[in-house]
Each structure stands twice: as structure tokens, then as C-alpha cells.
Design a protein around this ligand. Structure first.
Ligand SMILES: *[C@@H]1O[C@H](CO)[C@@H](O)[C@H](O)[C@H]1NC(C)=O
Ligand SMILES: *[C@@H]1O[C@H](CO)[C@@H](O)[C@H](O)[C@H]1NC(C)=O
Ligand SMILES: *[C@@H]1O[C@H](CO)[C@@H](O)[C@H](O)[C@H]1NC(C)=O
Ligand SMILES: *[C@@H]1O[C@H](CO)[C@@H](O)[C@H](O)[C@H]1NC(C)=O
Length: 304
């Protein structure tokens, strides 16, 4: 008798299992970095690799005219363009995953947090994203000369002219110019809910609705200063000396955009790979990126 009920239980499970629809992997989009465009061989190759390794359809989504607009179009406009595109593309209706390269991550997060009525993003893999800002001219580095250069551009960086015409100025966070940054930088302070007097809870909700947020930092990074920005770590306000780990920042401890809650829910993967800016090996792509495109990674809902 006991055996019989055990058997029928097994049958029930088996039938249930077979009829649970197995979710189709979602398509992915790739957002390239500054001074780049979808037609660049290295970008096209990355998309092809991701598609090959995962077996999932994916596209590089162009922003405006490519190279020029990546440099001169304000980030909020770049976000709007991507938002409009994903809303009308039928293939994304059920949702999609995002892979961001460098500056493309500021756009990616903008789309996730700001795109009203956009399709849901399930997994987001960030490669070398300047999430907490960059402290010097991208590509310059943290040498004395670059810090001097940052000092020189300080009076200009947050002027309307620069903010409206140089995309990276929208996420330039000069550690010893924080009041000016908060007042006049046009994108990152809002995206990161940094304003002391107003936080938009919608941003937190939307970022928190991701299944996985994968933050890949490059150990030998020379473009993003500091490299820890890829994990939301950053210089302590006022100094170029101390880099706070992500968990030491107020953005995390006060949970401005939900990073802490997501982390506590096991949704944030802090990954460090060897190599300079975006120089990821095929092996690391397969280990750290591809599983999230196949929709069967870590925290995903496919427990069944
Ligand atoms: C992707 O797969 C196709 C077909 O197998 C192959 O021709 C191509 O070289 C692959 N591309 C990359 C970048 O691995
Ligand atoms: C980009 O800007 C350069 C210099 O202003 C110009 O020569 C070139 O035609 C522009 N390219 C596009 C695609 O707009
Ligand atoms: C918060 O952001 C959302 C998305 O951009 C926007 O629709 C909403 O109006 C914002 N709320 C406030 C109070 O600014
Ligand atoms: C990259 O950085 C790691 C850790 O800081 C170091 O061990 C490694 O030697 C570096 N690799 C190169 C190629 O510089």
C-alpha cells in the first residue's frame, strides 16, 4: 500500500514536471562603450561569441550614429534611444538580458531604472562598468599627471557646455568636487540616488527586479579609475587616497538603489577577472557571462 502511494506520488511529480513549461532563454542585447560602435570588429566578435557559446540570440544595439554619439550625446538621451528601441522590438516583449561594456553599463542601468513601460530585464552582466563614476579622464589613469589633469578640468567638468556635449562628463565624479558633482553632474547622481534630499524609489524597485546583477571587474584595469567602480566601490568623498569597497559606501549601507537588498538576496555577483579593461578571456566569458544568458544560472527562477 505504502509502495503504491509512493508510486502514484512519483507519477504525479513526473507528470507535473513534464508539463511545467520550460522557459525559453531570453534574447540579449549588448551595449558597447565609448568611441566604439556595433560595426567594430571587436564588438561584433564579442556578440558572436556570446551567441555561439550560449546558443541564444543576441544583438548589439546601436545608439544613434555610433562612435560620435557615444562621445557627444548626453547619457540621458542615449538611454532614451535604447529605451525606445527595446520597447518596439517584438523579440524583447517577454523580456531580455543585457551585457554592457564600459560606458554601455551606464546606459544599461539607465534603461533598467528609467525606461518607463519597457520590457523586463532578467539578467544584467556588466563588464567594466563605471557604476560609481570615474575620477579622471577615461584612459588617463591615476598617476600624478592625471590627478593634476583632473584638477585642471575641475572648473569646467560640471559646466552646462561640457555636460551637454561630452557623454563621459555625465559620470565623471571628481572626489574633491562632490558638492559641484551633486549639483551639476547631469546623470550619475540621479541614477545612483545620491541626492541627499530626494531618492526615487522606482529606481530601486526596478534594479531590484533583476534576477541577477553580475558585476565584472578587471584586476589590471587601467581605463577606469578606480577599477573598483565596476563593483560600485569608489574613492571616499574628498580624497584620491582611500578607495571604499562597495560595502563601505553609503550607496550600499543606506541601500540607495537596492544593491544591499539584492546582495542579501544572493542576486549580486562580484566577479574579478584578470586582464586590462574589457580584456576578458573566452574561459571567463564561459564561466561568468554565458550562464546568465542561458537563463539557468545561480539565482534564476528555474529551480524546477
Ligand atoms: C561562431 O560560430 C560560427 C559557426 O560555428 C563560426 O563560424 C564562428 O567563427 C564563431 N564565431 C566566434 C567569434 O567564435
Ligand atoms: C563624426 O564626427 C567627425 C568629426 O566631427 C565627422 O567628420 C564624422 O563625419 C562624424 N561621423 C558621423 C557618422 O557622424
Ligand atoms: C521616478 O522615476 C520614474 C522613472 O523615471 C519616474 O516615472 C517618476 O516620475 C520619478 N519619480 C519622482 C518622484 O521623481
Ligand atoms: C593582474 O593583476 C593581478 C592581481 O593584481 C596580478 O596578480 C597579475 O600579475 C596582473 N597581470 C598582469 C598581466 O599584469
Amino acid at each position: 500500500m505504502a509502495l503504491l502511494s509512493l508510486l502514484s506520488l512519483l507519477v504525479v511529480f513526473f507528470v507535473a514536471f513534464c508539463f511545467i513549461p520550460s522557459s525559453q532563454p531570453l534574447p540579449f542585447i549588448l551595449l558597447h562603450g565609448i568611441r566604439s560602435e556595433c560595426s567594430r570588429p571587436e564588438v561584433a566578435e564579442t556578440v558572436e561569441k556570446l551567441a555561439n557559446f550560449s546558443g541564444v540570440e543576441g544583438h548589439c544595439l546601436e545608439v544613434g550614429n555610433g562612435v560620435n554619439d557615444s562621445l557627444v550625446m548626453p547619457i540621458h538621451k542615449q538611454v532614451e534611444l535604447v529605451c525606445q528601441k527595446v520597447k518596439v522590438m517584438d523579440m524583447f516583449r517577454e523580456g531580455y538580458n543585457i551585457v554592457g561594456l564600459s560606458q554601455g553599463n551606464i546606459i544599461a542601468r539607465g534603461v533598467i531604472e528609467l525606461c518607463d513601460g519597457g520590457p523586463p530585464v532578467e539578467n544584467y552582466v556588466s563588464l567594466a562598468g563605471p557604476h560609481a563614476g570615474v575620477a579622471s579622464i577615461p584612459g588617463c589613469g591615476s598617476t600624478d599627471i592625471c590627478i593634476l589633469l583632473a584638477e585642471l578640468i575641475k572648473p569646467l567638468a560640471y559646466t552646462d557646455l561640457v555636460q551637454e556635449n561630452l557623454a563621459p562628463s555625465n559620470y565623471l565624479k571628481i572626489p574633491d568636487a562632490i558638492p559641484d558633482y551633486l549639483k551639476n553632474c547631469r546623470f550619475l547622481p540621479a541614477l545612483n540616488n545620491e541626492y541627499p534630499d530626494r531618492k526615487n524609489s522606482t529606481y530601486k524597485e526596478r534594479l531590484g527586479s533583476l534576477d541577477n546583477l553580475v558585476l565584472i571587474m578587471f584586476e589590471n584595469e587601467t581605463v577606469l579609475i578606480p577599477k573598483e567602480t565596476s563593483w560600485f566601490g569608489y574613492y571616499q568623498d574628498g580624497s584620491f587616497d582611500t578607495v571604499l569597497s562597495p560595502k563601505q559606501t553609503k550607496l550600499y549601507t543606506e541601500d540607495w538603489i537596492g544593491l544591499k537588498s539584492m546582495d542579501e538576496g544572493g542576486k549580486v555577483k562580484f566577479i574579478s577577472v584578470e586582464g586590462d579593461h574589457l580584456q576578458i578571456s573566452d574561459k571567463d566569458i564561459k564561466t561568468y557571462v554565458v550562464p546568465y544568458l542561458k537563463g539557468n544560472a545561480g539565482n534564476s527562477k528555474l529551480g524546477s
